[in-house]
Design a protein around this ligand. Structure first.
Ligand code: AMP
Ligand code: MG
Length: 404
């Protein structure tokens, strides 16, 4: 049997890094920046007003008070986007809007609330220090600064930043396109009736959603029955459009384990089936088909889900050039005794609750790999190491927080 680390290391050393594409900004969302983006000019590009008010010389209003306002002639208006008044002299003012360029000669902006709002002459009721309410050129970003580093996943704020420095396209490693395929003759589409011996396909929906939760793009394929020719055809059809493939089912020790059968029969294929020392999720398979990674996950829903989080999630991140980190893990204190199979890493469904500035965790009552409800009502996986066989309530353990 392989350890979890060995299996993951094999996957991470094999998955390809997706080549960067030059994409328009909104197409780049969720992509990972392949080269740093620099500001070609300072931001703001020019000194501008932080308020709606009046551009003045601060010394002119040094004596202004409520009872004895200073009156200044208003020589014009400056709106954002125009340069209605390019300069003022001492003793004068200009009405100015937020974002408008500060005219030469002015060294402060008086907010309109500190004046009578006059249009020909303005009465100012409070003094201001020089520089007041002026946003200086370069105070956000200096010219030449790297505003988004290579290796950053592009979300809303990063895309805004890139647009603000004038770029319309960026080189990004795109979100991997991941095709999900369930195998099983017993599977039916949700929304259609079941005959005897049948169940509704849940894995393909769960795994496609899990792909999307990692930031990649999931595509669900129709389920296929346990016919090797059908399964192979479906996989080969998908290879053209997929950056990675995930199958569920057909990889354990049964008489009709179709995925295993397909790849074992196909000489020269590099899909390797292994037993990994974990529960749930012992039967695993991974390989490359013409360079495209394929993850053949076990069919029991909780096994498929845990396998996805432990192996597929880090691999999809690695393909985009992100660190292949596992789900965030933190400490919590067990509320109940737990037992664990010797030699296997045990992922136990649990629920976290805050307690005295820390967390406590309660294991779900049912832990069978077919028992999906205890997963859908869990918010974490308690990770019990291979050498643990029993732990009493009160022990601190590590938990993996599930995406929500
Ligand atoms: P297998 O790995 O194909 O032997 O499947 C193991 C168990 O998981 C069987 O009980 C299957 O019926 C069940 N199973 C397999 N695929 C799915 C699926 N897509 N949705 C729900 N259950 C599944
Ligand atoms: Mg099956």
């Amino acid at each position: 049997m392989r350890s979890v680390e060995e299996h993951l290391a094999g996957i991470l050393s094999a998955v390809p890094l997706l080549p960067p594409l030059d994409l328009a900004l909104l197409e780049a969302q969720g992509g990972v920046l392949a080269e740093p983006v620099e500001a070609p000019v300072p931001l703001p590009p020019f000194d501008n007003s932080a308020m709606d008010g009046y551009a003045v010389v601060a010394a002119d209003v040094a004596e202004a008070t409520e009872s004895d306002p200073v009156a200044l002639p208003v020589i014009g208006d400056i709106a954002a986007g125009d340069v209605g008044v390019s300069a003022i002299r001492p003793g004068l003012s200009a009405r100015i809007m937020t974002g408008a360029p500060v005219p030469a000669g002015a060294d402060a902006v008086i907010p309109v609330e500190w004046t009578d709002g006059g249009t020909a002459t303005v009465r100012v009721t409070r003094p201001v220090p020089p520089g007041h309410y002026i946003r200086r050129s370069g105070e956000d970003v200096e010219a030449g600064k790297v505003v988004v580093e290579a290796g950053t996943r592009l979300g809303a704020a990063q895309l805004g930043m890139i647009a603000a420095v004038g770029r319309s396209r960026v080189p990004v490693r795109p979100r991997p396109r991941v095709v999900v395929l369930s195998t099983g003759t017993e599977l039916r589409e949700p929304g259609t009736p079941l005959a005897a011996g049948q169940i509704w396909d849940s894995n393909s929906f769960m795994l496609t959603a899990a792909v999307n939760e990692t930031g990649a793009k999931g595509y669900r394929e129709a389920t296929v029955g346990d016919e090797p020719a059908e399964v192979l055809e479906s996989i080969e059809d998908q290879l053209a459009r997929a950056d990675a493939l995930i199958t569920s089912g057909g990889v354990s020790m049964g008489a009709r384990d179709v995925v295993k059968e397909v790849f074992t029969a196909k000489a020269g294929e590099s899909v390797v089936f292994s037993k990994v020392a974990m529960r749930p999720g012992k039967p695993q398979g991974f390989g490359l088909l013409n360079g495209t990674p394929i993850f053949t996950l076990p069919g029991n829903p909780v096994s498929a889900f845990v396998s996805f989080q432990v192996f597929v999630r880090p691999a999809l991140h690695a393909m985009q050039g992100l660190p292949p980190e596992p789900l965030p893990t933190w400490p919590a204190v067990l509320t109940e005794d737990v037992t664990s199979p010797a030699g296997l890493r045990h992922f136990v469904r649990g629920r976290l609750a805050p307690r005295r500035g820390a967390y406590e965790v309660t294991p779900a009552e049912t832990q069978g790999s077919h028992q999906l409800w205890s997963l859908s009502s869990a918010d974490c996986l308690i990770v019990l190491p291979e050498d643990v066989e029993a732990l009493p309530a009160g022990t601190q353990v590590q938990v993996m927080r599930l995406p929500s």
